[in-house]
Design a protein around this ligand. Sequence first.
Ligand code: PLP
Length: 352
Amino acid sequence: MGPGYIDVMPRLYFDANATTPPHPDAVDAVRRAMVEDWANPTSTHREGQRARFRLEEARRELAASLGVAPGELVFCASATEALHLLIRGLHGALGDRPAAVFPGEHSACLNPLRDWSRVSWLPEVPADCATVVQMAASNETGILYPMPSVLDAVRIKDGCQAWGKVPVDLSDCDAAVFSGHKVGGPRGAALLWMRPGLPWEAVMEGPQERRRRGGTEDLPAILGLAAAVRHLTERQAMNAALAPIRDAFETEITSWNRGIEVIGQGQPRLPNTSCVLFRGRNGEALHVALDLAGFAVSTGSACHSGAVKPSHAIMTLGYSSDDARSVLRFSMLPDARPGEVEALAAAIRRLT
Ligand code: PLP
């Protein structure tokens, strides 16, 4: 907590899908890089060359972890930026052929698609479809989605929520994005992967990243991400082990017969996520009450300029806007313990 706050009670964090605390090795790598590797990787002097070497070393390591070639990775500052570069760059190259997108996609995908004159919602795919955009896992419900096989379309995978939680397959897509801060990396580093030969034009000009993304690379953040990704296999195994804890939580809260429903229950889902509908209750009020009780959780709504907007991702599953306002998302960090989740369930019981 920052200045002015006195923490009188322990806090429990159940908002891992929003962001994760950086892994201690990532913190060390960032700190070291800010002291030792602060030079500009584009500079040709010795300091710059050293920074360039470290940058390319991190690229090789991250590419190996994804099973792709280093030259296919573009470092970006966020997945939002990566998706904008990707989708806008495809639009530049593919003209005005239509796009198809998963309706529950993150706004980071939906916003750059506004440039396209024709966009249909998957599973509808127009005849001359140029690109399909599908998240591998929903940030809100945790539901896992397969990539639609559409001939002749560029298949874009938003791998942000799946990465480090479940295996991510890149053989069924042509481009993908990953966000560092969801896997114990720092903010400021994200990955854009593009299969060679994609019909794509750069939209952010500059000599960096082989002219694919202008702007000096944030080397400390990138080295921090590489350090976090060294623990990705272990992180995924820890996340997999959360499934029984999550299931016990869901069994408990639905056993009280208080109109509580788990969205996506029974479907393939991320092991750390429970998206819960508290029918007839104000999700925002419950969110605040849980916060005051020491639990950081997330609502299924986004606050835009003070107005609470119900989540489109929940409504596309057939729920009403009132239901969407009654949803809370609980997303566990990989090291969540059963006792912490039991404490969360007990607090929900007290407050509902
Ligand atoms: N895509 C999905 C599915 C996400 O959950 C997020 C972050 O919440 C993003 C994209 C955007 O990631 P970033 O915070 O790196 O811009």
